[in-house]
Design a binder for this molecule. Sequence first.
Ligand code: IPE
Ligand code: IPE
Ligand code: MG
Length: 238
Amino acid sequence: MEEVPKTIIPCHIAVIMDGNGRWAAKRHMPRSYGHQQGSKAVERFCEDAYHLGVKYVTVYAFSTENWSRPKEEIDTLMGLLRDFLKECIKKSKKNNMRVRILGDVARLDRDLQFRIAELTEKTKDYDGLQFQVALNYGGRDEILRAVKKTVAAVQNGTLTIDEITPESFQRFFDSTEIPDPDLIIRTSGEQRLSNFLLWQSAYSEFYFTDVLWPDFNKKELEKAIEYYGKRERRFGGV
Ligand code: IPE
Ligand code: IPE
Ligand code: MG
């Protein structure tokens, strides 16, 4: 009997959701409208990915560099995040979804920090989709914060220099409990990391598409997964 090829499903997909502004501009609409639609696309993405068998989804929502955008746009993005996190509390209970935040939350408004703490605490035992939102996240910032914690551990005697290994170092990462991404998707035609998961992407596969984030749907996700299934993953061996 002929064997039906099985699709290989990545365990962890991370997404650089790009192109909201251009999506809105094409429609002669303000950028905020693009962000609104982009936020709806996140919800769909999580559902679709989970139904296809993906266990971990990480989305890049706001980078450490995005603070350089106009204040009005930052306010819109933070407002959407506020609503998104509120919705998330309801949705995660229904869908058994665990939510974690990657990034330095200390720079966010107090009410957002409170909401994040509540969300991460309330969902910590849920074993459905493991959903990470990268918020005020920068790969360089995450590495530097881990360096500082490592130095402090050496100074207070809980770690020796010889004990500094990739494993002990990444214990100080925001992503410490999460496996490295198998597949990183970036939308909107750009082909760069923009400071996303610099350490964790060492052996990730990449999928780039011209589709703008608000248009990214289940079909596009299936294309990305199909592409992933055709890759021969290598980790430096023969
Ligand atoms: C991605 O869309 C969302 C964030 C970076 C928050 P952009 O806002 O970067 O959209 P473009 O790249 O300007 O089209
Ligand atoms: C990357 O998109 C950050 C997020 C998706 C949150 P940007 O639009 O900010 O990145 P650049 O400026 O094109 O590299
Ligand atoms: Mg962009």
